[in-house]
Design a protein around this ligand. Sequence first.
Ligand code: SF4
Ligand code: SF4
Length: 162
Amino acid sequence: MLSRTGVATCENIESILPPKERLQKGPVAVIECFQQIPCNPCYSSCPRNAIKPFDDINDLPVLDYESCNGCGTCIHNCPGLAIFVVDETYTEEEALVKLPYEYTPLPKVGDLVEALDREGKKVGQAQVVKVQNAKGQDRTPVLWVSVSKHLSQQVRNIGMEG
Ligand code: SF4
Ligand code: SF4
């Protein structure tokens, strides 16, 4: 499915999800990079060396979950828009998802938006809690959105309502 549609399979996703115990400790990166290409900015941009060194430029990234603090620096540095940060400790009922977003117009803090899954299907509602768009991000804004906790590993994009 991945090679035909570009959408990762459940098996792909399960292979990279942080363990439950790590998710219960706070924000952590979820790296959904499944195709070998010559690319490594995720590794070189991580200030905590949480992505293990590549033996070969075509290697897939491997995350050391315990070293990652979910800072999100790797999100805007990934040209494949393949990295997210999930915080399942955000509130009792909600998780925070940090995601790259290169569409215009950018939503604003407080906006209610459609929560979309990896295929672009609406799975619920999200609220924008932060918009990061500094010059150094090289035109890859990062949205922080809150979603129902059960959607934390489904929501990977947003759509503007209306
Ligand atoms: S979220 Fe921060 S600490 Fe974690 S892998 Fe990305 S850059 Fe490194
Ligand atoms: S920067 Fe993104 S696309 Fe490139 S290897 Fe890392 S996760 Fe994959």
